[in-house]
Design a protein around this ligand. Structure first.
Ligand SMILES: C[S@@+](CC[C@H](N)C(=O)[O-])C[C@H]1O[C@@H](n2cnc3c(N)ncnc32)[C@H](O)[C@@H]1O
Length: 216
């Protein structure tokens, strides 16, 4: 990420201001699959709308982003709602992920393919990675983002499998209504729980995790 790119994001957020504070509907729909306890990491989480929603779900959230302006807007959003969320300025192209283990890692509308193995390594056993990103099919209705910022069809699921994660649920579809609809890959993938040593094997290592992950 060049200084120019960072300044571009800063300018964009300065122009947009706080916004409505609402989380992504594409994320909220996935609520039943998310853990309700533990630590959550929001990668490139911008102004923190999704982080605030995760906090309200019961998770201890760390928000990362490159843009100081976005992180400052997030601070104001969190103060307004009394949410206690750690904010960290991280250039994900140059710096490592904040240390895990994480029960949940969210990556929404940020594409950096090399990050997937690092996410897999940072997850707690049984922890889940939620990846929401448009694919090239989105170009059928929207000229932006351009193809270099988009996933190929089927790619999200391939990448999480290659990183050793087990997809629990995966979908590629138009999400949203009318002009707002985006063609999104949404994948929920789990780091396989460590085998239990006791006689009774628990299939859920993380309390509060929704439907069990049997592999999609
Ligand atoms: C399209 S926005 C998505 C924001 C948020 N995840 C959401 O869904 O609303 C992309 C975000 O990536 C951040 N970003 C871009 N490059 C980054 C990098 N190298 N490291 C960390 N964040 C970065 C931008 O500042 C911006 O907030």
């Amino acid at each position: 990420m060049t200084d120019e790119d960072r300044e571009r994001w800063d300018r964009r957020y300065a122009a947009q201001g706080l916004g409505d504070g609402e989380p992504s509907a594409a994320l909220v729909e996935l609520a039943p699959w998310l853990p309700r306890r533990g630590r959550a990491l929001d990668l490139a989480g911008g102004r923190g709308e999704n982080a605030r929603w995760l906090d309200a779900q019961g998770l201890a959230v760390t928000l990362t982003d490159l843009s100081e302006v976005a992180l400052d807007l997030a601070r104001r959003l969190f103060e307004r709602s009394g949410a206690s969320i750690e904010r960290r300025r991280v250039d994900l192209e140059r710096e490592p992920l904040p240390p895990g283990p994480w029960e949940l890692v969210l990556c929404c509308s940020y594409l950096q393919r090399e990050l997937v193995p690092a996410v897999a390594a940072a997850l707690a056993p049984g922890g889940r990675f939620v990846w929401i990103h448009p694919t090239t099919t989105n170009l059928q209705r929207h000229p932006r983002p351009g193809s270099r910022f988009l996933l190929e069809p089927g790619e999200a699921e391939r990448l999480v499998r290659a990183a050793g994660l087990r997809p629990c649920w995966s979908q590629e579809a138009w999400v949203g209504r009318g002009d707002d609809a985006r063609f999104l890959a949404r994948v929920i993938a789990e780091r396989p729980p460590e085998p239990s040593r006791g006689r009774r094997r628990s299939r859920r290592s993380i309390e509060g995790t929704g439907p069990t992950c049997d592999g999609a």
